[in-house]
Design a protein around this ligand. Structure first.
Ligand SMILES: Nc1ncnc2c1ncn2[C@@H]1O[C@H](COP(=O)(O)OP(=O)(O)OP(=O)(O)O)[C@@H](O)[C@H]1O
Ligand SMILES: [Mg+2]
Length: 254
């Protein structure tokens, strides 16, 4: 593919976000995200990494408009997301969070939720198979699944909306090592099978290295590194990137 003529799946163009915080008696605007620009080509898996509090979750929430930037633009296949219908945006950009977010009822109720809102047909067994769960689980109460199975079900629920992009914010942090590795493998397979574009936040560098084709690293809301994952893991461009990989960086980036 000619990268010069391809519209990226996601493009952030000078995105900033401030939040009012009370410091003593006065309200001050705190910089959470500062002038961040990068893009994710279609079909790639970007690992969004950085110390705790660096703005990774905030950035993810902005991509499906749970929060809006203070300035800058976010484009989905070239369209500014601020002009898109939020429901349609969230259908196209699926989000899976750190701890499985269950809807009440059965596994099937969880999976068909999005399509049924739109009056579209959906075969829940098909999506269970896609995420490596037994189709027989379909009639079980969602809350009776193990946490690892619940996380797979949440991925199936997002996939049932036939998204272009999947956002995963630390999807393995509630899981044991084996379940976590299996979820990482599942993400690789889904990317290969469906050509799904993925942005995954993880603090486990082995996971980032196993899954990602690209890496973006934030420190204090600033984009420090961005590029091919292979290059980053071979040797980050910045001193701060090196120190982060060695586990030497403190939360405030010093
Ligand atoms: N509602 C808010 N009001 C003020 N500050 C906030 C608010 N939400 C987030 N922040 C601040 O924004 C910064 C970025 O938070 P965010 O949750 O995006 O970080 P993160 O990189 O996801 O961290 P972690 O790895 O711990 O999940 C933090 O300093 C946090 O305290
Ligand atoms: Mg976070």
């Amino acid at each position: 593919m000619d990268s010069m003529t391809c519209v990226p799946a996601i493009e952030l163009n000078r995105v900033s976000m401030t939040k009012p915080v009370l410091l003593g008696n006065s309200l001050t605007e705190l910089d959470i995200i500062r002038d961040v620009s990068f893009s994710v080509p279609e079909g790639e898996i970007l690992a969004l990494i950085g110390p705790s509090g660096s703005g990774k979750s905030t950035l993810m929430r902005m991509i499906n408009r749970m929060e809006d930037p203070t300035s800058g633009q976010i484009l989905l296949f070239g369209s500014d997301i601020s002009g898109l219908d939020v429901r349609e945006l969230r259908r196209r950009v699926g989000m899976v969070s750190q701890t499985p977010a269950l809807l009440p009822g059965k596994v099937s109720d969880n999976i068909v939720y999005g399509p049924s809102l739109r009056g579209e047909p959906c075969n829940p067994e098909e999506y269970l198979e896609l995420v490596g769960l037994e189709p027989e689980l379909v009639s079980r109460p969602a809350s009776s699944l193990s946490v690892g199975q619940q996380q797979r079900m949440c991925i199936a629920r997002a996939l049932a909306n036939r998204p272009n992009i999947l956002l995963l914010d630390e999807p393995t942090s509630a899981l044991d090592r084996t379940a976590a590795r299996n979820i990482i493998e599942l993400i690789c397979n889904l990317n290969r099978q469906l050509g799904l574009t993925v942005i995954i936040v993880t603090h486990v560098m082995e996971h980032a290295q196993a899954v990602a084709t690209r890496v973006a690293m934030l420190v204090g809301g600033v984009l420090i590194e961005e590029g091919a994952a292979a290059d980053f893991f071979e040797g980050p461009k910045t001193q701060i990137g090196h120190r982060f990989l060695k586990g030497e960086l403190t939360e405030d980036g010093r």
